[in-house]
Design a protein around this ligand. Structure first.
Ligand code: UTP
Length: 288
């Protein structure tokens, strides 16, 4: 099958859990220390072999496009001053990588955001979807594993993670068939189940590889009670039509769409730096 070369980044959400910061700053530009969430997501995609980035944006999110623009004047100044470590930080996107921005129009849900990418995807093509607010730290690139499996099997593939019982009711939870090492066919997805009704401990997280047929599935599903088109509803259609496989995430994920996840992600990255780790420990030692 054709190599998967395009990734969709839905960045059109309202980010209400981070108001007032998200009045003018898209949630995906919030930084983990000094690097925005969207930059991490884009680096993961490029490292996995993606060549075209498709951002589904809201009207107020020009800042994301600005972030990936070159800054020739400042760059020339840093080069002249021999400040190469700063030049590296300015180069946020390799020149050979294509980027496309599509306005979502209205924030009608993740499924609606993905639907906006349809004109850029060919009929026999599969593509990745990455939610930048699911921040992942892993030894091996999690998207690459998804792409390899999707290309081998030619089927829609999603990432799942073991979720603690007290949080399971916030997730789409899969009913897996037998596991083959790290992956399984998905028999069903139950949306936000009570712990007792959860068909497994595995919740769907923000990495997907989808076929073109997902657009027909998205057109077929009805809006939920919040007037949003949910991607999970389209995944359920795919299970019946052409199958869906899930891969267990090998790594640590932080839900940076929530305040606790965002704070933990910042701490996690900070504590990998010796100087910051020392200062954090020192600060925390003063707390009872
Ligand atoms: P969330 O469910 O986290 O929603 O979206 P949100 O609007 O960003 O945040 P809250 O809940 O109001 O705080 C998951 C992903 O889907 C994108 C978001 O940008 C985020 O990456 N999304 C969501 C869209 O692109 N468009 C939408 O209409 C909704």
């Amino acid at each position: 099958m054709k190599k998967i070369s395009k990734a969709v980044f839905p960045v059109g959400g309202m980010g209400t859990r981070f108001l007032p910061a998200t009045k003018s700053i898209p949630k995906e530009l919030l930084p983990i220390i000094d690097k925005p969430l969207i930059q991490y997501a884009v680096e993961e995609a490029i490292d996995a072999g993606i060549e075209t980035l498709i951002f589904i944006t809201s009207a107020s999110k020009h800042a994301i496009s600005d972030h990936f623009d070159p800054m020739p004047d400042l760059r020339a100044k840093f080069v002249a001053e021999n400040k190469h470590h700063l030049v590296e930080k300015l180069d946020t996107l390799p020149l050979e990588i294509q980027r496309v921005f599509i306005p979502q129009g209205q924030p009608l849900g993740l499924g609606h955001a993905v639907l906006q990418a349809k004109p850029l995807i060919e009929e026999n093509e599969m593509f990745a979807v990455i939610l930048a607010d699911d921040f992942i730290q892993a030894n091996n690139n999690p998207l690459r594993r998804l792409l390899t499996l999707a290309e081998q099997q030619g089927a829609a593939t999603i990432s799942v993670e073991a979720v603690e019982p007290e949080r399971i009711s916030s997730y789409g939870v899969i009913a897996p068939d037998a596991w083959h090492d790290d992956y399984a066919q998905v028999n069903a997805i139950i949306e936000k189940p009570a712990v007792v009704d959860a068909p497994s401990e595995y919740g769907v997280i923000g990495r997907y590889v989808l076929p073109y047929s997902v657009f027909a599935a998205l057109n077929q599903v009805t809006m939920d009670q919040n007037n949003e088109i949910q991607l999970t509803d389209a995944l359920k259609v795919l299970i019946d039509q052409s199958g869906l496989q899930a891969v267990k995430l090998l790594g640590q994920r932080f839900d940076c769409g929530s305040q606790d996840g965002f704070v933990m992600a910042n701490l996690h990255v900070a504590m990998q730096d010796e100087t910051l780790l020392r200062k954090i420990k020192d600060y925390l030692s003063k707390w009872e």
